[in-house]
Design a protein around this ligand. Structure first.
Ligand SMILES: [Zn+2]
Ligand SMILES: [Zn+2]
Length: 831
């Protein structure tokens, strides 16, 4: 079996070596040429590449090689998202230093990636745990601190007791840690934040200006930012003229349906409202209960809500009604004012709470017929709403706000779901936050000339307690850069999402040592023209990178508003119905596959088995099929290397077949070019592009196996040559090694990847039509318009099926059908 296979191991090693020696994929800024920055999300160096990596890098490499052949100056770099938790966990478990573990993993993965033959410019490799890298984000941190874009405050965080670290909201999945699946608990902690909320509006506006992004991702970003317009106003507390409950609502039109109000349990006003000891204890108990719930739980729509009715009441200013006041878990301090007016008729969560606690429900919007049993949030005419009756929801919103503003009770207000980005991690393996706490000056940023603040090497990692850096005396005890006195260094490190928020900029000038990046290089290459990565990064990484880019722009460092012009989010690689994972035992090791069938087969399969945005279902038959196809291409070219594929006398563009069979074959070749080009460039339908090339190879075999009487020998050879070269050019970005080898064997001294992508010849695409006379037993019964070169068997079928021929053949047995090329079909029946 394997002896049938082309020598892929030898070929792949050979071309990887030659491409490397030629520095063929080295990118150099050239203002005279259009650039194309093609980027796959860089990996975390876990130690081994998996099939998900193979898939995303195969997609990226296809596009990078394709764009080079389309005449672009392509930047296609690779690097390592090298800080993070697994290195630290490995250190705790196995006693190996995170730096050693990380760099060994990088070496492994680099050599694995090199075996895939991806066209990276390895001279631009970037590793984020290198002080020469993180130095620059420390500098930007200081600039952000100066501008109030980085700040420190106490906050309640999601805490993973097992990982001993703060988790972002989006790292909490169903109340559990995304990494270790432990239950997440709330914790009060001082930490550093980036003020991403200052960019909420701009981030949202630009969602409409990224047509190259998948709609799904844009929608997730919009929802994450969660802009809502509404009103903020006061509910006076009964009998306490000095106290008001400030509420935010997106539905000021529903104020007449307000039957109670709710404060977040953590709301500072609660302590002022509570007067006696019994109520104080009840509140404390309730708060303790809520503290055990995660924020995600509290926001979940499908679970019972918990509340505690306070003795205090508030007044609905719109109708003067005194209404009950609660504290409840479904209202959060971090959103809006931390207090709501409850309108159970039009808000489902209020409806559920009101039903649970037996509170009145007033409908203030006319419901569609038959709508019962839940809150109605749709449009309609206002009812039960005093001076708002008869208005639409939109009209009533405006009028209610005018009423509030007119009486000085409230204002129109925009709110966001987006919170500031908590970047503090109580971990070792991350970039140190470059600030100090001086006994005299308080918080002081490190002086620019002292950067980088290097992560110390000698540290004890136990996995217990707070930040490991706090235990390193030589790190913690420092001098104040302002007064020279004693100061203590910040021991938190930065979230690794900070490093991945700008690595694409560092690739533009990876060794530049006078700044984050060289301005001219960044201006030439940015923005990234095509970014490729998993949907799991739809919110976190992509939003942070967009924010950070805008900050750098406002610091005068870059000109672009957005980092990524187009985004392709590839699906997962699954096997037997589940994502490949060690725990499920369904992992296919890319190394094994590359060793047994070759990198080209691995790449071809992962590009062919599914469109990129869909999940790829692994199956061994498909892999075997990909291998068979490449062998089929190989055998054809090798078998006909001599005379049949002799180099053409004249360039292929001058190729004008004289025979119909020749014209038809050439049309197939050029139709394949047109289809493959469109599928790749416009639609990212790499799988259908590959199908078209497979059909072309079938046509190649069929053409070669037919004698083609009357076709000049030179025409036949030239057509075959053109078809084979086209096949290799189209296949090049998909299976580069075998294509390059066969290309070279055809006698080309230059790399296939220096050739332009083939262009479909319009002259070859023209379908000439002829009219055939159809006779039945010698009498003309119909006429057929068909394309020149239509196979005889198809002409026979068309003639017999013709509606004017049918009456003459239906009742009789057809003896034979004679086709005279381009003239006549004669049907002979047995009378
Ligand atoms: Zn955890
Ligand atoms: Zn000082």
């Amino acid at each position: 079996m394997s002896s049938d296979r082309y020598p892929f191991q030898e070929i792949e090693a050979k071309w990887q070596r030659i491409w490397d020696e030629r520095q063929q994929f080295r990118a150099v800024e050239d203002p005279a040429r259009p650039k194309f920055y093609c980027l796959e999300m860089f990996p975390y160096p876990s130690g081994r590449i998996h099939m998900g990596h193979v898939r995303v890098y195969a997609i990226g490499d296809l596009l990078a090689r394709f764009k080079r052949m389309r005449g672009f100056n392509v930047l296609h770099p690779m690097g390592w998202d090298a800080f993070g938790l697994p290195a630290e966990n490995a250190a705790i478990e196995h006693g190996v230093h995170p730096a050693i573990w990380t760099y060994e993993n990088i070496d492994n993965m680099r050599s694995q990636l090199k075996k895939m033959g991806i066209s990276y410019d390895w001279s631009r490799e970037v590793t984020t745990c290198d002080p020469a890298y993180y130095k620059w984000e420390q500098l930007v941190f200081i600039k952000m601190l100066e501008r109030g874009l980085a700040y420190r405050r106490r906050s309640t965080v999601n805490w993973c007791p097992s990982c001993q670290t703060v988790l972002a909201n989006e790292q909490v999945e169903n109340g559990r840690c995304w990494r270790c699946d432990s239950e997440v608990i709330p914790k009060e902690i001082d930490g550093w934040f980036f003020k991403i909320t200052a960019y909420a509006d701009e981030l949202l506006e630009w969602c409409d200006r990224l047509p190259g992004w998948p709609e799904r991702v844009i929608t997730m970003q919009r929802n994450w930012i969660g802009r809502s317009e509404g009103a903020e106003f006061d509910l006076p507390v009964v009998g306490r003229p000095e106290l008001n409950v400030r509420v935010f609502t997106t539905r000021p039109d529903t104020v007449f349906g307000m039957t109670y109000a709710v404060l977040a349990p953590e709301h500072p006003l609660v302590d002022q409202l509570v007067t006696d000891e019994a109520e104080r204890r009840a509140v404390a108990d309730f708060r303790a209960e809520v503290a055990r719930e995660t924020e995600i739980d509290r926001l979940a729509a499908d679970r019972p809500k918990h509340g505690l009715r306070l003795r205090a009441k508030v007044v609905n200013s719109f109708n003067g009604a005194e209404i009950p006041l609660f504290i409840a878990d479904y209202v959060l301090m971090g959103y809006g004012t931390g207090a709501i007016m409850a309108v159970p008729g039009e808000d489902q969560r209020d409806w559920e709470f009101a039903s649970q606690y037996g509170l009145p429900i007033i409908e203030t919007v006319q419901r569609p017929a038959g709508f019962i049993g839940e809150a109605y949030s749709g449009d309609g005419i206002k009812v039960n709403s005093g001076f708002l009756d008869g208005l639409t929801v939109a009209e009533a919103k405006r009028k209610a706000i005018d009423w509030l503003v007119g009486r000085g009770l409230g204002v129109a207000k925009v709110n966001y779901r987006l919170r500031d980005w908590g970047i503090s991690r109580q971990r070792y393996w991350g970039a140190p936050i470059p600030v100090l706490y001086c006994e005299k000056d308080g918080l002081v940023p490190e002086a620019e000339e002292n950067l980088p603040v290097v992560l110390p090497r000698d540290v004890q990692l136990s996995g217990k307690g707070g930040s490991p850096l706090a235990e390193v005396a030589s790190f913690v005890n420092a001098r104040c850069p302002k007064c020279g006195g004693k100061a203590r260094r910040e021991t938190d490190t930065m979230d690794t999402f900070v490093e991945s928020s700008w690595y694409f900029l560092r690739y533009c000038s990876p060794t530049y040592d006078r700044g984050m990046f060289e301005r001219g290089a960044a201006e030439y290459w940015m923005p990234v023209d095509q970014y490729i990565g998993g949907i799991e990064h739809a919110v976190l990484h992509l939003l942070y990178a967009r924010f950070y880019t805008k900050v750098l722009r406002d610091l005068g460092m870059v000109k672009v508003d957005e980092p990524f012009t187009a985004l392709l989010s590839q699906g997962m690689v699954i096997k037997d119905g589940a994502k490949m994972s060690k725990s499920k035992g369904n992992v296919v090791d890319p190394d094994d596959l590359i060793r047994t069938l070759g990198a080209d087969t691995a790449r071809l399969f992962s590009l062919f088995a599914a469109p990129p945005e869909k999940d790829l279902d692994w199956n061994d038959h498909g892999v075997e099929g990909a291998s068979r196809f490449l062998n089929r291409v190989w055998r054809f070219v090798i078998a006909h290397m001599g005379e049949a594929l002799a180099p053409p006398q004249s360039p292929p563009s001058a190729l004008r077949p004289t025979t119909e069979a020749g014209k038809a074959f050439r049309r197939t070749v050029h139709e394949t070019i047109a289809k493959a080009t469109q599928d790749i460039e416009r639609d990212f339908h790499f799988n259908t592009a590959i199908s078209a090339v497979m059909e072309l190879v079938n046509a190649l075999y069929a053409f070669e196996a037919t004698s083609h009487d009357g076709m000049p020998a030179g025409e036949r050879a030239a057509l075959l040559r053109e078809a084979v070269e086209t096949t290799l050019l189209l296949l090049g970005p998909i299976a580069p090694h075998v294509s390059e080898e066969l290309w070279s064997q055809l006698g080309h001294a230059e790399s296939l990847f220096t050739r332009p992508w083939p262009a479909a010849d319009p002259a070859a695409l023209v379908r000439q039509e002829v009219t055939l006379v159809v006779q039945v037993d010698g009498k003309v019964r119909s006429r057929l318009n068909i394309s020149v070169g239509t196979p005889e068997e198809r002409i026979q079928r068309l003639a017999l099926a013709d509606e004017r021929v049918q009456p003459w053949v239906r009742e009789r047995a057809v003896e034979r059908v004679v086709v005279v090329a381009n003239r006549l079909v004669n049907i002979v029946t047995r009378a």
